[in-house]
Write a protein that binds this ligand. Structure first.
Ligand code: SAM
Length: 388
């Protein structure tokens, strides 16, 4: 298989992150051909797939299209897949995982098509080479994805393998951590680019602070990952990959950030986790950590962004206490953050009403299955209470 051959690439993402993913793709010079639920279609080669895996912050998986075909039965699926030259794509000594998403009248579960695809691939490799790869559910080797909707099917090489939103820096997750790709999308939505102060009270295990620091220094999110689906394909070119990583490393900003990233939490265990995670991500030196109530967070003079991700009362915390906390957050914004742009990320609409400030924007995200809002507040100088 030619690693320069251009094909459609389906980049998947979590709900609510598609717009940010499109922005990232366009900034990298990729054309948007189409969008789907939880995915964006672009075009490129397997080398482009490596680049996307290295740099995308809001994506789940980068899928390289091998074939699109009409398919009305399990037998037709087997035949179509078996025709592809798998012996040139996957080595018989490899391990293969097949994942399927199926929405067709022809079958009523995704196990059967996955099995058919796996059989079609390993039978083909066996017939051409005399041996067959092992297969199973582990996604850390060669991964193939099938999408089958009505009478149409698409077969992709999953060049990510394990989701690229798993960056590998979160060794200590603490309570209710945000997924890394969601945290990156939230930071993008605030417009943060390293040229403003960024204040993050209630930082928990530090995901927002770490993603912000990675962005501000232009550090590729996947620098900590050593394993990707593409590395288990027969044509994987390690030299090109190493060169690509070296080039990206040269573009990482080494100078100190002009403005601060401040991350605080009332829970010492949260700060310990956040520090450890930031250290693993190589950005600990860029973040000022402190253990304190959010209202005592140091907010540097000037303008900047203050972003809080409080508990929602759905999984943690207790509603009555949280109502008072949300009101206190509004007071903190008014009294200590004048001149800043304030953001609160919450999954509880009722509680957000207690903040008591007028929102200038509400953006919808999803934290797992919970619909959340990123609420924006313009904290003009005039909103600061008069000095007593
Ligand atoms: C939903 S978690 C934040 C998760 C975080 N975004 C992450 O990705 O790990 C909320 C955090 O607020 C902290 N917190 C709760 N009440 C606080 C208070 N009064 N002052 C400061 N932090 C507080 C909790 O300790 C918890 O770490």
């Amino acid at each position: 298989m030619d690693i320069n051959e251009r094909k459609n690439i389906l980049v998947t993402c979590g709900p609510g992150l598609k717009d940010y993913l499109q922005t990232e793709l366009q900034a990298m010079g990729f054309k948007i051909l189409d969008t789907r639920t939880g995915a964006v279609v672009t075009q490129g080669s397997l080398i482009d797939c490596m680049k996307l895996n290295l740099h995308l912050r809001t994506a789940y998986n980068v899928l390289y299209l091998l074939k699109e075909f009409r398919c009305g039965s399990g037998e037709a699926l087997y035949k179509q897949i078996n025709k592809l030259p798998w012996e040139n794509i996957i080595d018989p000594g490899e391990y293969l995982c097949v994942q399927s998403r199926v929405d067709t009248y022809s079958v009523n579960n995704s196990m059967y098509p996955s099995l058919k695809v796996k059989d079609a691939i390993v039978d083909r490799i066996q017939s051409k080479t005399g041996s067959r790869p092992d297969s199973g559910p582990d996604r850390n080797k060669a991964v193939v994805n099938l999408f089958w909707k009505n009478d149409k099917a698409w077969i992709y090489l999953n060049t990510s393998g394990v989701k690229i939103s798993d960056r590998n820096y979160r060794k200590m997750p603490h309570k209710a951590p945000l997924r890394e790709c969601l945290a990156a999308g939230i930071i993008m939505a605030t417009g943060y680019d390293g040229s403003q102060h960024l204040v993050l009270p209630m930082c928990g295990s530090g995901t927002l602070a770490i993603e912000a620091a990675l962005m501000a220094t232009n550090k590729p999110p996947a620098t900590l990952r050593s394993n990707f689906g593409f590395a288990h394909l027969k044509n994987f070119n390690e030299e090109i990959w190493n060169q690509m990583r070296d080039d990206a490393r040269k573009k990482i900003r080494k100078d100190k950030l002009q403005k601060s990233i401040i991350a605080t939490d009332i829970d010492p265990d949260a700060i310990a986790a956040a520090k450890q995670n930031a250290k693993t991500a190589g950005v600990e030196h860029l973040i000022e950590f402190d253990i304190c109530d959010f209202a005592d967070t140091n907010v540097p003079q000037g303008d900047g962004i203050v972003l809080m991700n409080p508990e929602y009362g759905l999984r943690l915390g207790d509603i009555e206490k949280l109502e008072a906390e949300y009101k206190r957050m509004g007071d903190f914004f008014k009294q200590k953050c004048a001149g800043y742009t304030g953001y609160i990320f919450t999954g509880n609409k009722k509680l957000s009403g207690k903040i008591g400030l007028r929102t200038s924007r509400r953006l919808i995200f999803f934290n797992g299955k919970i619909e959340c809002r990123l609420l924006k507040y313009e904290l003009y100088q005039g909103t600061r209470s008069p000095e007593k």
